[in-house]
Ligand binder design. Structure first.
Ligand SMILES: [Zn+2]
Ligand SMILES: [Zn+2]
Length: 250
């Protein structure tokens, strides 16, 4: 049985959960953020389909909701209308309750209407990813139990389910506007958390991103490394991505 191989060491299911979490982060950063929200990048099929399918399985995130919430964050960064800002909600509030603020923003139809324009809205988006929004995460639970057995399967699934709520809605939106260094003087509190952006897919370089939101490349100094940009370069090599803006002055 595959159970026996994947659960031979206690750390193996956890490692696999973390690798899958990293892939989720990359899908959020490259597809939802750099492609759909800011338009500096186009990820081509079949990679875009793979990313959308994995996001449906591992997060249940809706493209239009994510894009609208994030565009509003850019429009009102660290001002009273920012959907998630440590200035308004406290750093611990955003770190541990980021999903609550996200849900609150996405329930607002006026916000969806104003900021959710121009995102993908094909048959898959309408009838699978939106209509069956939560079927994806339940499908992943079933897959995890088949692969790892019930105990480890539930553990792997739990790690996968808290991954984006904690690392993206919590750490990037909270710590990224609270702790770190700044390359650029901007009108908000955005910070580069660390110069080596591996764990959060390059999103650690949040001050750079707020200064030049349309750029698909988040690193700007020689000592900074944006792993998301490295993946984009690999996709470009295979003609699976088209970069429209990578200039940090745009
Ligand atoms: Zn931000
Ligand atoms: Zn952004």
């Amino acid at each position: 049985m595959i159970w026996n191989v994947l659960t031979e060491h206690w750390w193996l299911p956890i490692l696999i959960a973390c690798i899958s979490g990293h892939f989720t982060t990359v899908c959020v950063s490259l597809y939802l953020h750099r492609d759909q929200t800011h338009g500096g990048l186009t990820i081509k099929a079949p990679v875009s389909h793979l990313m959308r399918f994995w996001l449906w399985l591992s997060t249940g995130l809706n493209t239009r909701e994510w894009v609208a919430c994030h565009r509003k964050h850019h429009a009102f960064t660290d001002q009273p209308d920012d959907p998630h800002s440590p200035v308004n909600h406290g750093v611990l509030g955003v770190l541990f309750a980021g999903v609550y603020y996200y849900r609150k923003a996405t329930k607002n139809m006026a916000v969806m209407e104003k900021y959710g324009k121009g995102v993908v809205n094909d048959w898959l988006e309408k009838y699978i990813f939106t209509k069956l929004q939560f079927v994806g995460v339940l499908t992943l639970l079933a897959i995890d139990i088949v692969l790892f057995n019930v105990g480890y399967g539930l553990l792997v699934w739990a790690i996968q389910m808290v991954w984006i709520p904690f690392w993206a809605a919590g750490v990037i939106n909270g710590i990224g506007h609270y702790l770190g260094y700044r390359n650029y003087k901007v009108e908000d509190e955005s910070r580069n958390i660390v110069p080596i952006g591996i764990l959060l897919g390059g999103e650690e370089l949040h001050n750079n991103h707020h200064k030049y939101p349309a750029s698909s490349k988040f690193s700007s100094k020689w000592f900074e490394f944006d792993i998301g940009w490295m993946y984009i370069r690999i996709l470009m090599f295979f003609r699976l991505a088209h970069v429209k803006i990578s200039d940090m002055s745009k």
